[in-house]
Ligand binder design. Structure first.
Ligand SMILES: *Cc1c(COP(=O)(O)O)cnc(C)c1O
Length: 357
């Protein structure tokens, strides 16, 4: 992808809020930088690409997003190395995925070159908000919503595309206990599970609350027909280690094609860790737990990179993961290597970093 020929209008903020932010005590996703990027879809075209001060929107209460949920988003990050250079991580993957989500939700695709250009210009302007140091990052939230007023149930003909930037610190949720879904589904065959649709999140809050009431922080989502095959953990892709083999489900129309997931698979293969991408039946996991070969379970996603699981519950029985030395855990080894690439500490052998210039 090349930078675009679109001209982005830039209205800079006269003041900065950066001095009001305590970068050592950030709550994930709660602070936003001085600027945002916005672009409107009107009369069949994306127009008015603008960088402007971060602030509230004026939007009709009849905007279709409020009634029919045409809303999609992305989640990605940028990092600063010790020399002050800023890098995005595989932005091409998020841009392509955004447009896949757009197609599925009948939202017009956003031009890839303008998307990358907007990311570059916005991050460049707010680059002081990207703190150096392993674990510090800029979380990037592009999204699109239907803004056309009217409660007729049809795809809108007006949209807004926005990019927000949020400084974040290393995100560690602690070890989580998870419960295998037996009743609810986050996605179904033919549904929107593979799209980053806002509504997918709304749909999983209630079953996740029920699991939390039983003492489990996340739900392991299963196939919607039999509730037997393990597909995702919360809002993350999921990996299992049986013996010395790492196993994760193949992406499908129910499973989100995570950038972290596919990057970890590549890193694991390059480290000669055996990886199998195949369906995983719950009985295989409970059996492996009983015979002592189930060693690790972890979720993967942009926010935390890897979230280790301490126990998995199925039909009311809790299967604990064994204690292991840190240096023997695939989760620890893979996260370290992954972050060294992100922070320009090691060689970018797969060409994943894109410098903000
Ligand atoms: C965003 C997301 C992921 C993780 O994708 P990454 O690109 O690795 O951040 C996994 N599952 C679901 C349901 C998601 O929405």
């Amino acid at each position: 992808m090349s930078l675009s020929n679109y001209t982005i209008q830039v209205n800079t903020s006269p003041t900065s809020r950066i001095d009001q932010v305590d970068f050592n005590n950030l709550i994930f996703g709660a602070n936003f930088t001085d600027h945002m990027f916005t672009c409107d879809y009107i009369d069949g075209q994306w127009v008015n690409p603008t960088i402007q001060p971060y602030g509230d929107l004026t939007i009709s209460p009849a905007a279709k997003v409020f009634h029919y949920g045409q809303a999609i988003f992305e989640g990605m990050k940028a990092f600063k190395d010790d020399t002050g250079k800023v890098f995005m991580f595989r932005p091409d993957q998020n841009i392509k995925r955004f447009n896949k989500s757009a197609i599925r939700l009948a939202i017009p695709e956003f031009p890839e070159d303008l998307f990358l250009h907007a990311l570059n210009e916005l991050i460049k302007l707010d680059r002081d908000w990207v703190q150096p140091g392993f674990g510090n990052a800029l979380y990037i939230r592009p999204f699109a919503i239907a803004t056309q007023p009217g409660v007729l149930a049809s795809p809108a003909n007006q949209y807004k595309f926005i990019i927000l930037l949020s400084p974040v610190q290393s995100y560690f949720s602690g070890e989580v206990k998870v419960e295998v879904a037996e009743k609810y589904s986050r996605a179904a065959d033919g549904g929107v599970g593979a799209a980053k649709a806002a509504g997918n999140y709304a749909a999983q809050f209630y079953p996740t609350n029920l699991a939390a009431d039983r003492g489990f922080q996340q739900v392991v989502w299963t196939d919607s027909r039999e509730h037997k095959y393990l597909e995702e953990a919360g809002t993350m892709n999921v990996f299992f280690r049986i013996g010395d083999t790492l196993i994760t489900a193949p992406t499908s129309e129910r499973i989100l094609d995570g950038v972290t997931r596919k990057s970890l698979i590549k890193i694991a293969e390059d480290l000669d860790i055996p990886v199998e991408v195949r369906r995983i039946h719950i009985d295989e996991i409970t059996e492996a737990s009983k015979n002592g070969t189930l060693k690790e379970i972890f979720g993967s996603g942009t926010a935390a990179v890897i979230s280790p699981v301490s126990a998995i519950s199925y039909k009311g029985v809790e299967y604990k993961l064994p204690e292991m030395k840190k240096e023997d855990k695939y989760g620890v080894i893979l996260k370290q290597k992954f972050m060294e690439i992100q922070y320009n500490i090691c060689e970018d052998y797969a060409d994943w970093r894109v410098e903000v210039k």
